[in-house]
Every structure is written in C-alpha cells, then in structure tokens.
Design a protein around this ligand. Structure first.
Ligand SMILES: *[C@@H]1O[C@H](CO)[C@@H](O)[C@H](O)[C@H]1NC(C)=O
Ligand SMILES: *[C@@H]1O[C@H](CO)[C@@H](O)[C@H](O)[C@H]1NC(C)=O
Length: 582
C-alpha cells in the first residue's frame, strides 16, 4: 500500500527535472582501485540481464538499538538478559518516513515499483527488486561487466564502482550486487581434510588416561566432553535450540549423523536435526558436504538432544555468460540474514564456519551485514564465527587499496564486533594454539568498549612487535577458542579427519547451547550477545592458552600469552566453571 506521504513525494519527484530529480549529483558509494584478486574482466554485462537488487535502507534508530544491545548484554546492567522481541527490533530499525519516501520516489522515477518487490523486510529496511543491468547502470551511474574467476570458470555480474545521488547517501546504506565479488570460491569454508592424520581406526583403544592420550591427535565428541567439562551435564530437548548456517551447496547428511552417533555417541543414537532451506538452498542427501557434516555432527554430538537446525542457504547459481536466463545474484549473508530476521522465533545460538579476507569486502557491505548480527544479538541469540585458517593472513598479504604493501589480513565476519569469533587449539597436555588459527585486528571495525582493557593489556605487553603490520585501533579477535585439528567426521559412511577453525566454532556453539539450557532450567533466559559477558565476569571460565602463535604474511604472527590474545582469545571453555559464572 502506498502511504499518502509517499504519493506526495512521487508527485514531487516526477515534477522535478528528469536527471537531477532534486537529489543532487552522483557521489561514489564504493569503488575498487583494481579488479579484486582472483577475478578478471570477461565482457560487458548483457543489458537485459536481470539482477535481484537489494537496497539496504538507513535504519531510523540504529543507535538506539545499539544502546539496547549494550544494556541487555552487559552482566552488570539492570536490564541484563531482557532481550527485545522481533517487533521491538523492527520498530528500531524501521527507516524514517523521509528515507522511505525519498528512496521509493527515486526508484519510481526509474520505473521501479517497490510494490513489486521480491522481498521487503517486515521493518521496511530492506527492499529486493528485479532490476535489469541497463536500469542498474542508470540508477547507480555504473558499468556492469561479466567477471570470470581465475581459479575455476565461475562468472559473476558486478561493477567496479557505484554511485548514488548525493541526497541518497543519507538514506541508503548499501546496494548489492555491486562491488562485492564474493563468489563461491572466495567465501572459503574454513575446514580442510587431513588425509595423513591418524583416525580413530588407528588409535589405541586400551588408553585409559583422562582425557585419553589419543585426544592429542584424534578428536571425538568424548575428547571434547572431557576436555571442556560437559560430560556430567544432561540437557533437555525442550528449552533451547541451536542453528548451523551453511552455504556453498553444502548439505548435512542424516544417514551420516546416524552413523556418527552410533559410533561416537551411542547414548544419543536416533537424535536427528532439521533442515531449513533458505533462498532456494538444496538438500541433496546423496551429496554430503564435509563442512556441513562436521558442523552438524559436532553440534548434535555435543549438545544433543537440544534441537539442532541446519540452514542450507542457496547462493548464487553461476552466471552463464552465453545464456539469457536471468540468475539470482544475491549475496548469501544478506539472504540468510533477511530470512532469519523475518522469523518470529529463532535459535538462541548460531554457528557459521565461513569467512574471507576483510579487504575483499566493500566497507558498506561489511557494515550492513555486521549490523544485522547486532539485531540478532538484541533478540537474544549468540552468533559464532570461525576466525579463519591462515593465521594473521594467507598468501602475499599485499593490500589492495593501491598501496600494495604487506599487512596482516584480518577475516570477515570474525572481525565484526557483534559476533563471537572462535580460534583453534591443538593437543591436550598442554592445549596450545594451533598454528593456522586466524587472529588479529580489523581494519574496518574499531575496537569495541567491551574489549578495551583486554586488548590494550595485550598491546602493551607486546611492545613494538609486528608494529605497522596491523591496526592497533581495530576490533581484536578471536574472543575464545576450541580444538581445531583431527576431528573425526563421517562423510558418505567413512570416517575422515578434518581440521580448521570450522571445527572450533560448532564446538563452542554446542557448549553455549548447553549453558543456555542450564540457565533456562534455573529460570533465566538465553545469554544472547556474549562478548560483554566473556570480557567481564565469564573470562575466568576459560582455560587460558598461553603457548603457540599464528604465523602468516612472512612473520610469526601473534603469540598467545596469559589473558586475552589475538591467537586464542581468552582460551577454551570450562563448562563447569562457566555454569557458576552465568
Ligand atoms: C545429488 O547428488 C548426487 C551425487 O553427487 C548427484 O549424482 C545427483 O545428480 C544430485 N541430485 C540432484 C537432484 O542434484
Ligand atoms: C584502522 O582502524 C580504524 C578503526 O577501525 C580505521 O578507521 C582505519 O581506517 C584503519 N586503518 C587502516 C590503515 O586500515
């Protein structure tokens, strides 16, 4: 329905001069200096190619949302734990009526009717419309091309830069797809198969140490239950729930979970999970994914019978340059966020094992996505992300802003201050930093207040080491850590060994699902956004990891130390200690 206000503005817009439209000259919103690494120009985009174009509108009271988030997440605050409902969050993020009328008027002047949107968020802060390349080029003063991925032959339709009329910069946070190339091969899963690692089949079964010495190299749910002190706790199936977010056509197999549980958690035999398909995501049970199976087997294996849901998020069917078939080229994170924020009831814990170098993400895209995680936190959900598998940075670590200098390369979304980033450890006696664990400091997100003391303490202790290679005012990560090597996973009926911070994130997520279950059983609520808690009263609930480092970019990276460090955060969880602290 058009509001009266909107009708007035439509009239105003159509009376204005056709090009100026009263919105001022175009100003660049985001542009790259060079085609992003890993991509090359292929051809101009066909003018009639249809994009599913997403407009993220400026949210009316986002600062107020952040104030609520801080209050309900701060253990000392009187409002601690009083999370907001979907309706309350929607009211805070709803755009100001001026924003709506200005944006809708601008779209209408370009022949785009917001009434025909493919999707509109319930708060009104996001509109997705079908827009042809020729319309998009006029709308955004841009030039869309087909770009080809160098390492496989995937194609995307993107632009090197885009602009908006001056007056719209105050009303629109992001238009996509534009300059975020992302692409399937860029959004790497953070797990890898370890073909030479020992597996349970080769472990010594007559080992009675606690945890068994075999846990030094071969991780099973039993190892994690002993190491992180959850073995004595039995959760209910009714109080809380956990979500695993998957992308890249990764499917979690029911049959493999059955095999896994009968082999490693026979007491949970028969426990299942549900799959929710988002944005055309598939669920091919004959095509199990290593990442998907790793995630779901360890979340269920550690948190069962707490209900677990696997979100299979459809990505971006590859663009075929010679076909006239329009393809959905939306961005996976935004599609999932739009979906989940539209649900009234959502899991209390989410884990996602995907990430990519922060410098490949346009700033407007990164901030829009990160702020949506803050909305989930305000609603009482804890959001875990793997910290990445390349230490302080993979590859040559050269900057892509035209300066071409070597700098540590932080990971997105781990560097978003509204998620809890999870690093990796290895070994049990002692447990130490695993060398590949992602850690460091964001260049996009400044250091949040909750970690001021912890991070300045660390920076003071390391003096000039790595000076100039990282941003000492940025958000430091990871926040916590868990085992990251030698996970036994069943894939297509066979046990294989998998490593990566991809394994660490579901492990921590499951343990916090148990903590939610415990808290709710005592009359409390879910923990919600965790970092203010982790950096204050809960910090002593972790086993501090004080050895090892995370090399990368031709350096030794950061060393773990007593207290917080950008290798393992505060360390690995001790469930029994955490129970007493939450
Ligand atoms: C499911 O996966 C199997 C194995 O990769 C494949 O042969 C089959 O074509 C897939 N089915 C569909 C409907 O995509
Ligand atoms: C360092 O971080 C700050 C705060 O996030 C940011 O404003 C600044 O641009 C960053 N510097 C570099 C060189 O990336």
């Amino acid at each position: 329905m058009l509001s009266p206000l909107l009708l007035l503005s439509l009239v105003a817009v159509s009376l204005a001069s056709p090009l100026g439209r009263g919105l001022g000259d175009f100003q660049v919103k985001h542009a790259w200096d060079a085609v992003p690494a890993g991509w090359e120009y292929h051809s101009p985009a066909p003018a009639d190619h249809v994009l599913h174009m997403h407009f993220a509108l400026k949210q009316g009271k986002f600062d107020e949302l952040l104030r609520h988030l801080a209050e309900v997440s701060e253990p000392q605050h009187e409002r601690y734990g009083q999370h907001l409902s979907k309706e309350e969050v929607d009211a805070l993020v709803a755009p100001h009526p001026d924003t709506l009328s200005t944006v809708e008027g601008w779209l209408a002047a370009h022949g785009l009717d917001p009434e025909n949107a493919i999707h509109r968020s319930s708060s009104g802060d996001s509109i997705t419309l079908k827009v042809s390349v020729s319309q998009a080029e006029k709308l955004l003063d841009s030039k869309y091309n087909v770009y080809r991925a160098k390492d496989d032959s995937e194609y995307v339709v993107r632009t090197m830069g885009y602009s908006l009329p001056e007056a719209l910069h105050d009303h629109i946070n992001l238009v996509s797809p534009t300059t975020y190339f992302g692409g399937l091969q860029r959004m790497k899963t953070t797990s890898f198969v370890e073909p030479d690692a020992p597996t349970v089949e080769s472990a010594d079964e007559s080992d009675f140490a606690i945890p068994p010495a075999s846990c030094n190299t071969v991780i099973t749910p039993e190892c994690l239950r002993v190491l992180y002190n959850t073995a004595g706790y039995t959760p209910s199936a009714k109080r809380t729930s956990l979500g695993v977010v998957g992308y890249l056509e990764e499917y979690a197999s029911n049959a493999d979970l059955r095999t896994f549980l009968s082999r490693f958690r026979s007491d949970l035999a028969g426990t299942t999970f549900s799959t929710v398909r988002v944005n055309g995501g598939g669920n091919n049970q004959s095509d199990p994914g290593v990442e998907a199976n790793l995630d779901i087997q360890y979340t269920v294996g550690l948190s069962g019978p707490i209900p677990n849901t696997y979100y299979s998020t459809g990505g971006r069917p590859p663009f075929v340059p010679d076909s006239t078939t329009p393809t959905n080229t939306n961005e996976p994170y935004l599609d999932w966020l739009n979906f989940i924020l539209g649900q009234k009831t959502i899991p209390h814990v989410f884990t996602t094992s995907y990430g990519e170098p922060e410098q490949t993400i346009p700033k407007d895209y990164a901030i829009t996505v990160c702020n949506r995680f803050a909305e989930l936190g305000a609603r009482g959900s804890s959001i875990f992300f793997s910290s990445g598998d390349f230490g302080v940075g993979g590859g040559d670590c050269l900057t892509n802003d035209g300066t071409n200098v070597r700098r540590f390369q932080p990971t997105f979304p781990a560097g978003c201050p509204f998620v809890t980033a999870v690093g990796g450890t290895v070994g049990t006696n002692p447990e130490t930093t695993v060398g590949f664990t992602g850690g460091g400091f964001s260049n996009l997100f400044p250091r949040p207040k909750y970690q001021d003391a912890a991070v300045t303490g660390y920076l003071g202790a390391i003096g000039n080491s790595n000076a100039g290679l990282f941003n000492n005012t940025g958000r430091g990560y990871p926040d916590v850590a868990a085992q990251g090597r030698g996970f036994q996973v069943v894939v297509a009926g066979r046990v294989i060994s998998v490593g990566g911070t991809s394994a660490s994130s579901p492990t921590i997520a499951a343990i916090f699902a148990l903590l939610n279950d415990y808290r709710i059983s005592r009359g409390g609520g879910p923990l919600g956004f965790l970092n203010p808690l982790i950096y204050s009263t809960a910090r002593t609930g972790f086993n501090d990891i004080t050895t090892g480092n995370n090399p990368g970019c031709g350096t030794n990276g950061f060393a773990a130390r007593a207290g917080w460090d950008p290798a393992t955060g505060f360390g690995t969880p001790d469930f029994v200690k955490l129970q007493a602290l939450v």
